[in-house]
Design a protein around this ligand. Structure first.
Ligand SMILES: *[C@@H]1O[C@H](CO)[C@@H](O)[C@H](O)[C@H]1NC(C)=O
Ligand SMILES: *[C@@H]1O[C@H](CO)[C@@H](O)[C@H](O)[C@H]1NC(C)=O
Length: 167
């Protein structure tokens, strides 16, 4: 009996060590994988613009998002959360970030895509800064691994300017 528990304990300890080692290797191998995703985001139309009663401005956009995120996927990738945001400066804030669209990509096979969409989340400015505003369109990703640390990064597509006048 005594030796059984001793042995069971040894087996358990050994498998915990193997598990820890595997997890460590999984995250280390992720560190050596330097991903190189690519993306294009085009605003294809300004659908409408409105000034709310409280003075805040809102705009509705149509966009084409093309991305190749295949290199984010390794054998250790569980899923990738991706979102597109508009980032711009205002007198109040150095960076305003408004999320426009997002998705969860469960597999490498779905990580090269083209989406034609209107903004999924409302693009509202807490003020009246949207007319003629220069903004960066950004594609952010959060890679959720099976083991190890989550990591996040983004691509910046600078140089979009909202129209000065709206019909
Ligand atoms: C946006 O995507 C659609 C469908 O893929 C395509 O027909 C259209 O030409 C694209 N527009 C621009 C401006 O690239
Ligand atoms: C937009 O992108 C440019 C170039 O990457 C950067 O210098 C600038 O700070 C960005 N603006 C905002 C508001 O993030």
């Amino acid at each position: 009996m005594h030796s059984f528990w001793l042995r069971a304990n040894a087996v358990l300890t050994f498998s915990v060590i193997i598990l820890a080692f595997t997890c460590a290797m999984a995250s280390v191998s992720d560190c050596f994988n330097s991903p190189s995703p690519s993306a294009q985001i085009q605003i294809t139309n300004i659908n409408w613009f409105q000034k709310q009663r409280n003075g805040n401005e809102e705009v509705s956009l149509a966009m084409n998002i093309t991305a190749d995120l295949q290199s984010l996927f390794t054998w250790n990738t569980k899923q990738v959360f991706v979102f597109v945001a508009a980032e711009y400066k205002t007198p109040k804030n150095a960076v305003n970030q408004v999320s426009l669209w997002d998705a969860i990509i469960p597999a490498k096979e779905q990580s090269k895509f083209r989406v034609q969409t209107v903004n999924k989340y409302r693009f509202i400015d807490q003020g009246s800064n949207l007319r003629g505003k220069d903004l960066n369109l950004t594609l952010h990703w959060h890679v959720m691994p099976k083991a190890g640390m989550m990591f996040a990064d983004k691509l910046v597509i600078p140089g979009y300017r909202l129209p000065k006048e709206y019909r």
